[in-house]
Design a protein around this ligand. Structure first.
Ligand code: NAD
Length: 326
């Protein structure tokens, strides 16, 4: 079985690929990773010498390359995206090109060769702010940021290829991931690496925005259940079960890094900042047996320990991001 995985030089995709490569089962797939290696992707995330792994550097919008890879693929898991909300606020162009046009390029090629299932990785942000309760898969999409609008577009396009063409598309909508190998611009690794360097951490507004936290290994387990046991045309929410305000998250990160509140700098709130995301993942639990296995406190402590022990991984990435922002 040949599995094409897009965007697997990034945080979640690389974790997913590492998990599959660690399996010895005779049915374990051969994996081709297609990744452009944007600022967010690094080959240090991949075990390049592994006999079941092939890496191809390229853009998911390159129709010729995508056609060639899809002709050789049996199934697809599509992680590649521009993924950082703040960057989508300062410039939305790459978000539309990669997240929307790139996804359409992949879907067209998958359709041509009957590659299925096509697992599309979406996000809980497509539901917009959920003030009370939790969004189910039936809820309407009300994205707020250019990032989530581009993800909602690709999510709906993927589902349209199922409804229109009968392609076996499956969509996952997960909450905020945390864990090792996350580029140090998102809140958890940014705060950890700043604190390890003795720097301050920027907390948006009052810090009252609420997010559900999902360990990246639990997310990848959920994605694998969807790939192997999910149904065509279905959407599956994947949550972690730990809802925290950014203030509470900051308190836990400060404690885990042995720092005080004087290291926190209150900064102007993000434009259009959704107050709360929350997904109801009853469907994944009842239909696929999905359950998050990581308890947040120990998952976070292990993540802090990983960043403490892997400066050689994140320091060059952070330096590069700093230079880019002048
Ligand atoms: P990431 O930014 O760490 O990695 C994205 C990867 O995609 C990078 O390796 C990058 O080089 C690659 N890429 C970007 N544009 C490309 C293009 N045009 N062609 C080929 N490759 C390209 O992202 P992540 O956090 O691992 O997120 C993976 C997926 O999960 C994304 O679709 C994201 O929207 C979704 N998601 C992430 C989270 C989260 O908490 N990180 C939550 C919900 C959903």
């Amino acid at each position: 079985m040949n599995l094409l995985v897009t965007g697997a030089a990034g945080f979640i995709g690389s974790t997913y690929v590492r998990t599959l490569l660690a399996r010895d089962a005779p049915a374990a797939p051969r994996i081709t990773v297609l990744d452009k290696l944007t600022y967010a992707g690094t080959l240090d995330n991949l075990e390049l010498g592994h006999p079941r792994l092939e890496f191809v550097r390229g853009d998911i919008r390159d129709a010729e390359l995508v056609d060639k890879l899809m002709a050789e693929a049996d199934q697809v898991v599509h992680f590649a995206a521009e993924s950082h909300v703040d960057r989508s606020i300062t410039g939305a162009g790459d978000f539309v090109l990669t997240n929307v046009v790139g996804t359409q390029t992949l879907l067209d090629a998958a359709l041509r060769y009957g590659v299925a299932p096509f697992v599309h990785i979406s996000t809980d942000e497509v539901y917009g702010s959920v003030e009370t309760g939790s969004a189910t898969e039936e809820d309407p999409l009300r994205p707020s940021s250019p990032y989530s609008a581009s993800k909602a577009s690709s999510d709906l396009l993927a589902l349209a290829y199922h409804r229109t063409h009968g392609l076996d598309v499956r969509v996952t909508r997960c909450s905020n991931n945390y864990g090792p190998h996350q580029f140090p611009e998102k809140v958890v690794p940014l705060f950890i690496t700043n604190l390890l360097d003795g720097e301050r951490v920027p907390l948006y507004g009052e810090g009252l925005n609420v997010r559900d936290w999902l360990h990246v290994d639990d997310h990848c387990h959920g994605v694998e259940l969807v790939r192997t046991q999910g149904s065509p045309g279905e959407i599956y929410n994947i949550g972690g079960g730990t809802e925290l305000t950014n203030r509470d998250l900051t308190a836990q990160l400060l404690e885990a890094c042995g720092a005080d509140w004087d290291r926190v700098e209150h900064v102007e709130d993000r434009k259009g900042h959704d107050l709360r995301y929350s997904v109801d993942w009853t469907k994944a639990r009842t239909e696929l047996g999905y359950r998050p296995r990581h308890d947040f406190a120990s998952g976070l402590a292990a993540t802090v320990a990983w960043y403490r022990d892997h400066r050689a991984w994140w320091e060059p990435l952070k330096r590069r991001a700093g230079e880019e922002h002048g």
